[in-house]
Write a protein that binds this ligand. Structure first.
Ligand SMILES: Nc1ncnc2c1ncn2[C@@H]1O[C@H](COP(=O)(O)OP(=O)(O)OP(=O)(O)O)[C@@H](O)[C@H]1O
Ligand SMILES: [Mg+2]
Length: 151
């Protein structure tokens, strides 16, 4: 992971994007919040799909609320996918059950449009990583910058 932290990597395709996530995921601890930021079409959802695929996740539920999708794999690992794009305000987040996710013993909680969240409110006992995704000069080019947040 050290090699990816604080570093900007360029990927030339969705395949290379998947390889990037495979590398990053291999270092993430059991209780991790992954904050995904980047403009519309940057590749946040595509990244979550790659992560779910790498972890062998199956869609086990229809969304329990509009911004949350939950996945589990055969090893009992879970992936919570949150998209804050349509978030109206803090009350909206409160009533969505978002904060309850952090009472889990472990999960990978991936948040699209994490910039809408005040990350200072995230629980101290979860590791936090941010990945910023930017579009490149050509269609399939993306730049990803990962960093670990220290609380
Ligand atoms: N290297 C790449 N990495 C990620 N996406 C790519 C890449 N090359 C092409 N794409 C395409 O770019 C688009 C990314 O869309 P995606 O929905 O993942 O973006 P998003 O960041 O989730 O946007 P939104 O803010 O609307 O949720 C997809 O159509 C995907 O196929
Ligand atoms: Mg998206």
């Amino acid at each position: 992971m050290q090699s990816l932290m604080g570093v900007t990597r360029t990927v030339k395709s969705k395949n290379e994007l998947r390889e990037y996530w495979a590398e990053l995921l291999s270092y993430l601890p059991a209780k991790t919040v992954l904050l995904l930021n980047g403009e519309v079409g940057a590749g946040k959802t595509t990244s979550v799909q790659a992560i779910a695929d790498i972890l062998g996740m199956k869609d086990v539920q229809s969304p329990s609320f509009a911004i949350h999708l939950r996945y589990e794999n055969d090893q009992g690992k879970s992936l919570d996918h949150i998209d804050l794009y349509r978030l109206k305000d803090d009350d909206d987040l409160e009533s969505s059950g978002f904060w309850d996710l952090f009472s889990q013993k472990e999960s990978l909680i991936v948040i699209e449009w994490a910039s809408r969240l005040n990350t200072e409110y995230l629980p101290l006992n979860w590791e936090k990583f941010e990945v910023q995704i930017a579009k490149g000069a050509t269609d399939d080019l993306r730049q990803l910058t990962a960093r670990k947040l220290v609380s």
